[in-house]
Design a binder for this molecule. Structure first.
Ligand code: GDP
Ligand code: MG
Length: 361
């Protein structure tokens, strides 16, 4: 249904989230909504859904605005692709080995990765096109097919509290992503609790608290250097007692103690599972798009230790190598759930393969 995203959940926000006005209405809210929408209240009078004809044009406008913003934020990668194509196409009208070699180079330098590039070149060869003008269309189609054959994250959650443990190395954007996800869930009418289980530095706790305030989420913290598993335990217990819908658990990401980090994360996971059977329902791994192929190694490491359920790829606005999205989907079997396209609260998107490819070419 066209306006599903406008509907509220069983709980109305206790107050309007402070950052809510900044949130684009177009955030795919159904992604953040509790499925038991029989409890949802009717829409507000200023958003009377019975007047579909009146609302449709503005929704269309908003969707266009939403897409434009995505396109703008991916402009570095788009430009690098289009410059690369111009170079390949200049003075040529037929596809020969040289063209395929240059294309291969372009794909590898955009961080699509060697294996996925070989796969794409093979698909293009199999398509048996001769006209160079068709090359872009076929590439676009094959990239989309890779992205779409990748497993998708399930959109809705089944039980509450729905616990999301957020992991990843230092600086990738865990804390920022938690703030953005919290804001989106709040805007969809869910109650949210954020737990500061990155107890390594007091500043990390402080930074997360600011995000919790911005997103109008509840916040659970202990002192600096406290046991992260104890913070997670308290947070989950508090969420159960207060009837919170979503719990987001921030964790530390210092890599120099790799084994200890993984053991610490496993302990947090076990502690949560002891408190609520089936939790954490999500283990979201945050990866930084600007780190290129390194992100793939991180994903393998974290997945082995924790069975990651989804990925968030941040900082796509800051790189010309957005091909990493294709590399990740080609090489990993974990759903790419979110992409980060900026530092603001609204700069997180559920990953949509069609929109992504359209924004890229
Ligand atoms: P953490 O150490 O994993 O918790 O990372 P932080 O959340 O503290 O983020 C590290 C830096 O990356 C901060 O300056 C964020 O503002 C920035 N950041 C996070 N996500 C994005 C994004 O999608 N785009 C851009 N440009 N910056 C981001
Ligand atoms: Mg952090």
């Amino acid at each position: 249904m066209a306006f599903k995203w406008l509907k509220r959940n069983k709980r109305q926000p206790r107050s309007e989230p402070p950052g809510k006005q900044q949130l684009p209405e177009q955030i795919e809210r159904e992604q953040f909504q509790h499925p038991q929408n029989q409890y949802r209240r009717p829409p507000e009078s200023n958003a009377d859904l019975s007047h579909d004809l009146e609302i449709e044009p503005s929704e269309t406008r908003e969707r266009i605005g939403y897409f434009k913003r995505l396109k703008k934020r991916l402009s570095k990668t788009r430009k690098s692709f289009s410059d690369g194509f111009d170079k390949i196409f200049s003075g040529k009208n037929k596809i020969d080995d040289d063209v395929l070699e240059e294309l291969e180079e372009l794909l590898i330098t955009s961080d699509i990765g060697v294996q996925t590039t070989i796969d794409l070149i093979q698909r293009i060869s199999n398509a048996k096109i001769t006209d160079i003008a068709e090359l872009k269309t076929v590439l676009q189609r094959e990239i989309l097919s890779i992205l779409k054959s990748h497993p998708r994250a399930t959109a809705a959650f089944k039980s509450t509290p729905h616990v999301i443990m957020v992991v990843g190395v230092n600086g990738v954007g865990k804390t920022t992503t938690i703030g953005k996800i919290a804001a989106a869930y709040r805007a969809a009418g869910n109650s949210v609790l954020i737990a500061a289980a990155d107890t390594f530095r007091a500043a990390a706790i402080e930074q997360l608290m600011i995000w919790a305030e911005r997103a109008d989420a509840e916040f659970v913290k202990h002192k600096e250097n406290a046991d992260p598993a104890a913070v997670a335990f308290d947070a989950v217990a508090a969420a159960e007692a207060r009837g919170c819908d979503v719990v987001l658990i921030d964790t530390a990401g210092r890599l120099h103690t790799k084994v200890n980090l993984m053991e610490e994360l496993k302990k947090i996971k076990r502690t949560i599972a002891k408190q609520i059977a089936g939790a954490p329902q999500e283990i979201l791994l945050v990866l930084d798009a600007t780190t290129g192929q390194n992100a793939l190694s991180q994903a393998k490491l974290f997945n082995e230790a924790l069975n990651v359920t989804g990925l968030a790829l941040t900082k796509l606005d800051g790189t010309a190598k957005g091909g990493i999205v294709v590399g990740i989907c080609g090489a990993l079997n974990v759903p790419l759930q979110y992409i980060g396209i900026g530092e603001n609260i609204e700069d997180l998107r559920p990953f949509d393969p069609e929109q992504f490819v359209e924004a890229l070419f």
